[in-house]
Design a protein around this ligand. Structure first.
Ligand code: GLU
Length: 524
């Protein structure tokens, strides 16, 4: 017998316990108790955890269903179900709620509620420097999520394409960084916020563009990508990277946007000449080709779901969650996120980093690429822009997201129970305080009890076994805590799940002084 199969007290092997658990999981999906679940039921169950049927990681599962079930209506029996779970770690974790957002459907409900709150905000106006953007319907609004485990959700105008505009900038930076490394890239570009507008005619004290996320720096980054290759290959490299970042979905290209960008590009030309005058470009850079390449990158189009997958890849240290493909190194992703954090939101970058506190990059198409490191990528697309060039709804959505969830870079410093942690299940979020309370009581930590009390937690709250702070303090002989709780008039007669009261605990654990305290309190 393997160690895994060691016999437990009840005489069952751990293997058979596992099988029992799988059986109950199966019957929780097989609501009608038919012994079979249909493939649509199976996919629906996975979808509620965020794993979609077209997930590239599930091709073997789809194939095996087709092979075993064919076109018959036989359904998935326990044997096939068990086999599937054993072969696919994703199905296993997805069905058991073990992915990074365990309660994905509740999280999505919150996202939809934020979306609906923000939807009525029609202030701002669409970018009008080119007719192709000026003509976009400003009512459109889409939000997509992709977690680092590839849990996906999209809502709103999710089938519409929009052009990348400035959201191409962080990715071009990553491509150049991946190819040349940090040192070589930053020989040509700084990494300070410029404090000026995105297309300002200004270079830093070294005669270099301030950072890769304003126009001058983005033009410079574009010049660095596969510098000695034919231009077609360089563009292919960008498209291939966006495809990999999007989990295998190829982006499209809007030629009219490109032609318009090229026609209205005096400022970008001026910036490029200014940088050439300062010898900022690598040797042999073809200026016109570089600018055209930059305009082409701005004119690539995606849907919100793809942009969320791109953001999720950055959140996941450069590995696309849907394919497992390493697109960028962790170091490249880290540097890119640092810059997005300090420079990603035009002249609102400092305020965004301060108040909202997660890395983001916006573009004048109304697109926003948002990264919650180690958790998820988010895309918000809504074309109306504020006076700084950021999507109005995108910024409002970010604010509300940051108010509801503990996503700010430094939220972990604050014990903030008003914000939800979606990495915990809804019960974990609620019971954290209660468990903290009963533990604090058992360890005699009055200060911690006072803090938890100040957060509005009822001192009579009990753990899963009905054990209150008083039960624990009495059992562990924490006299001071008992005195404090009595002062607070907690329920002395509280019963745990076995019917036990604090008095009985005091007797059983021979804490006669505490027993007397309780007696006196009751007599009062
Ligand atoms: N194509 C635009 C430009 O370079 C991009 C602007 C933006 O999204 O910030 O002017």
């Amino acid at each position: 017998m393997t160690t895994k199969q060691k016999r437990t007290k009840e005489g069952k092997t751990s293997e058979s316990i596992k099988n029992l658990a799988l059986e109950s999981l199966f019957s929780s999906i097989d609501m009608g108790k038919t012994g079979k679940i249909t493939p649509p039921q199976f996919w629906k169950e996975l979808k509620s955890g965020g794993i979609l049927e077209d997930d590239p990681r599930l091709s073997e599962v789809r194939e095996s269903f087709i092979k075993v079930l064919g076109s018959s209506k036989k359904g998935i029996d326990l044997e096939l179900f068990t086999e599937t779970i054993q072969h696919s770690a994703l199905v296993n974790r997805g069905l058991k709620g073990e992915l990074v957002i365990p309660d994905f459907s509740s999280f999505c409900e919150e996202i939809v509620s934020i979306f609906n709150d923000v939807k009525s905000n029609m202030s701002g106006s669409v970018a009008n420097y080119i007719p192709q953007l000026a003509r976009v319907n400003p009512k459109q609004f889409a939000v997509s999520i992709c977690t680092i485990d590839g849990q996906r959700f999209s809502y709103g105008d999710v089938n519409k394409n929009f052009c990348l505009q400035s959201t191409c900038k962080p990715i071009n930076y990553c491509i150049a960084h991946e190819e040349l490394g940090e040192e070589k890239v930053h020989k040509h570009i700084g990494r300070e916020p410029s404090g000026r507008s995105f297309n300002e005619m200004a270079l830093n004290n070294d005669g270099l563009p301030h950072n890769p996320l304003i126009n001058a720096g983005a033009i410079m980054c574009t010049s660095l990508i596969k510098n000695d290759s034919p231009i077609a290959d360089r563009f292919d490299k960008v498209i291939k990277t966006w495809t990999d970042l999007s989990g295998g979905v190829e982006p499209s290209f809007n030629n009219s946007v490109y032609l318009s960008e090229r026609q209205t590009s005096d400022r970008n030309f001026a910036l490029a000449y200014f940088m050439r005058e300062n010898n900022a470009f690598p040797e042999n850079t073809d200026l016109i080709e570089t600018l055209e390449f930059y305009f082409q990158c701005c004119s690539i189009e995606v849907k919100s779901s793809s942009m969320a997958s791109v953001a999720a890849t950055l959140a996941n240290g450069g590995v696309n969650p849907l394919t497992g493909k390493k697109v960028f190194s962790a170091g490249t992703s880290k540097n890119c996120l640092s810059l997005m954090n300090s420079c990603g939101m035009y002249d609102f970058s400092g305020e965004y980093a301060f108040k909202i506190g997660f890395p983001a990059k916006s573009g004048v198409s109304g697109a926003m690429l948002i990264v919650i490191p180690n958790v998820m990528g988010i895309c918000v697309w809504s074309p109306n822009l504020d006076e700084l060039g950021n999507s109005v709804r995108g910024v409002e959505f970010s604010k509300k997201l940051g108010e509801r969830f503990n996503f700010h870079n430094y939220d972990s410093l604050i014990n903030n129970n008003e914000k939800l942690d979606p990495r915990k299940s809804k019960y974990e979020n609620r019971i954290d305080n209660v468990i903290g309370l009963v533990y604090a009581a058992s360890f005699g930590d009055i200060d911690e009890i006072k803090k938890i009390e100040a957060r509005g937690i009822d001192l009579n709250s009990s753990d899963y076994d009905g054990r209150t702070a008083l039960h624990l303090a009495v059992s562990e002989g924490q006299t001071e805590v008992v005195e404090y709780l009595l002062l607070r008039n907690v329920n002395v007669q509280a019963k745990d799940r076995w019917g036990g009261t604090p008095m009985e605990d005091a007797k059983r654990s021979n804490h006669s002084n505490i027993y007397t305290l309780l007696e006196q309190h009751i007599a009062k």
